[in-house]
Design a protein around this ligand. Structure first.
Ligand code: NAP
Length: 249
């Protein structure tokens, strides 16, 4: 059984900070060849240097906007010129833009679904084509506890993440015969810029709802992503794994 990611080629979207960055660190430590996606080339170049210096990892930049279908197409074209195979796709990029339903604008709906949901379809489509060539692969989608149980003020975000769960379960069924596993992680409240974008009262409310009494770390989400990416989970597909410290919303 191979518990490391040695020799695996991994694309991580939204890798320049938060959960994506933690996944990049852990996967590089485990020997993966990493393709760092995002829009902030300076931050990603800095992360690349960090991963190379710390783990002697092989790291590439994959600069594209996952919310834009043409940008994703061009991004995968560039990636394909570098590597003909992809073992793992982590659809991590996402945005949070809370608003009560009466206040939600059409632009918010479109931006949230483009970044959180359509991006998963766009990237999975291109990645699955690459994985199908080798008859193996693994897709990990970052959903959310809000996509499972909902929350006031989060109809758009919750809907975008519930859709990610539907996509995960459908792709798992569709791609299983080609030995491509598709799973989702549903984080609860994780210590990143996204969590800190909440107003103080909402931040405290979330903390109070966590049975373990503390916010989660991006590294704790990354460990579950590692489980899903490596052979430890070789017979796991179509699952949604909560990483939420017993959060009750
Ligand atoms: P974060 O710190 O805000 O980081 C989000 C990342 O996604 C950033 O790197 C951002 O890049 C990238 N991104 C956003 N839109 C993008 C686009 N169109 N194209 C490429 N990259 C894009 O958030 P996080 O907490 O790490 O969240 C990571 C994932 O976990 C998200 O899908 C989020 O919904 C999910 N999640 C987080 C929590 C939590 O409590 N933190 C809970 C549940 C689920 P830029 O720097 O360019 O903006």
């Amino acid at each position: 059984m191979n518990l490391s990611l040695s020799g695996k080629k991994v694309l991580i979207t939204g890798a320049n900070r938060g959960i994506g960055k933690a996944i990049a660190h852990l996967f590089a430590q485990q020997g993966a060849e990493i393709f760092l996606n995002g829009r902030d080339e300076t931050a990603l170049a800095q992360l690349k240097d960090e991963l190379v210096a710390t783990y002697s990892a092989t790291v590439h930049l994959a600069i594209f906007d996952v919310a834009d279908v043409e940008s994703v197409k061009q991004g995968f074209r560039t990636l394909f010129a570098v590597t003909k195979s992809l073992d793992v796709l982590v659809n991590n990029a996402g945005i949070l833009d809370d608003a009560l339903i009466g206040m939600v604008s059409q632009a918010q709906i479109q931006q949230t679904f483009s970044a959180n949901t359509f991006s998963v379809l766009y990237c999975s489509q291109y990645a699955a084509r690459m994985m199908q060539r080798n008859k193996q692969g693994c897709i990990i989608n970052m959903a959310s506890i809000i996509g499972r149980v909902g929350n006031a003020g989060q109809a758009v975000y919750g809907g975008s993440k519930a859709a990610v769960i539907g996509i995960t379960q459908s792709l798992a069924k569709e791609l299983a015969a080609q030995n491509i596993r598709v799973n989702a992680i549903a984080p609860g409240f994780i210590d990143t810029d996204m969590a800190h974008s909440l107003p103080d009262d909402k931040f405290q409310q979330r903390l109070d709802s966590i049975a373990m009494g503390r916010i989660g770390s991006p590294e704790e989400v990354a460990k579950v992503a590692l489980f899903l990416a490596c052979d430890l989970s070789s017979y796991v597909t179509g699952q949604v794994i909560g990483v939420d410290g017993g959060m009750l919303i």
